[in-house]
Design a protein around this ligand. Structure first.
Ligand code: ADE
Ligand code: ZN
Length: 332
């Protein structure tokens, strides 16, 4: 099964590029940029990754991102993730980036996006990995700041397929960002939002009805509302679920309690993703493996989850069909 899950062609639709910063690279970039980290070693840093909830994770996560300073740093970060994708047969990716984490500490928007997008271009030419970059707004900041970020993105819209909404869900509901999402939608950008990760099912409903998102990130708390579950299935609204993230952030106390396979069984278009793999103990293959060990994930279920990732990706119809053909050939 381990070989099967690693060899299976996959897509990743929920991945924060800042969340791929492995402790080793964090130390390397800190040294390169003359930054003092509040940890004495990689082991000590890894040992600190014991989170009680989302906010517990977000604080050191934003602090860790401060080692990212130059375009080359953003390139190296993204390229290290792409190498993992290549090793794990991930053939299509839609990474998130959080410009505000960087621009708010004086790093130019151009530095961030140029480094990331150059690595994504190299991923295509060297490994055939296709991608679409999604810019997220930090929901703990104001809508005005989100508008400002959208403005800064204007010269780079050819490199951004959509916008998302991440950071602290509690206290920052989707309603806060209705106007900026309407503007992005009018500009032709695709829309996603984190909802129903720690927050209630109502945040999923509001993201659909008020933000008009094309996909929901996480969404596992939708299971609290049977009518919403029926709607998600009927309207074929995909959820980008992140199993290891959910157990590391104690959304579920144990992987055996995760509801992804129950949602799959009732027809909700769920997908498997890694969220912040450097912090949560694994990339795509490890997330599938965790489901296999805890929930006895079958090959058929793994293939169905992956079919959902290809079908509900933001790739062109042509690329989706190409990926589905590859998956069918792999399954045969
Ligand atoms: N930013 C990075 N990872 C996140 C998560 N799991 N939820 C909300 N914001 C995030
Ligand atoms: Zn996320």
């Amino acid at each position: 099964m381990e070989h099967f899950l690693n060899a299976m062609p996959k897509a990743e639709l929920h991945l924060h590029i800042e969340g791929t910063l492995e402790p080793e690279l964090m130390f390397k970039l800190a040294e390169r940029n003359g930054i003092e980290l509040p940890y004495s070693s990689v082991d000590q840093l890894r040992a600190a990754y014991d989170f009680g909830n989302l906010q517990d994770f977000l604080d050191p996560y934003y602090q860790g991102a401060e080692v990212l300073q130059t375009e080359q740093d953003f390139y190296d970060l993204t390229w290290a993730y792409i190498e993992r994708c290549h090793e794990q047969n991930v053939i299509h990716i839609e990474p998130f980036f959080d410009p505000q984490t960087h621009t708010d500490r004086g790093i130019p928007f151009a530095t961030v996006i140029n480094g990331i997008s150059r690595a994504l271009e190299d991923a295509k030419t060297r490994y055939g990995i296709s991608s679409g970059l999604i810019m997220c707004f930090l929901r703990h900041l104001s809508e005005e700041q989100a508008f400002d970020t959208l403005q800064q993105a204007l010269p780079y819209l050819d490199r951004i397929i959509g916008i998302g909404l991440d950071s602290s869900e509690q206290g920052h509901p989707p309603t806060k960002f209705q106007r900026v999402f309407a503007k992005a939608r009018a500009m032709g950008l695709l829309l996603v939002a984190h909802a129903g990760e720690e927050g209630p099912a109502q945040n999923v409903i509001d993201s659909l009805d008020l933000l008009h998102v094309d996909r929901i990130d996480h969404g596992v708390r939708a299971a609290d509302d049977p009518a919403l579950m029926r709607r998600l299935a009927e309207e074929k609204i995909a959820l980008t679920v992140c199993p290891l993230s959910n157990t590391r952030l104690r959304v579920f106390s144990d992987m055996r309690e995760h509801n992804i396979l129950q949602m799959l069984a009732v027809g909700v278009k769920v997908t498997v993703n890694s969220d912040d793999p450097a912090y949560f103990g694994g990339y795509m293959t490890e997330n599938f493996l965790a489901l296999y060990h805890a929930l006895n994930l079958s090959k058929e279920q793994a293939l169905e989850l992956t079919r959902n990732s290809f079908e509900y990706s933001f790739a062109s119809r042509e690329r989706k069909d190409e990926m589905l053909v590859l998956l069918n050939r792999f399954a045969a």
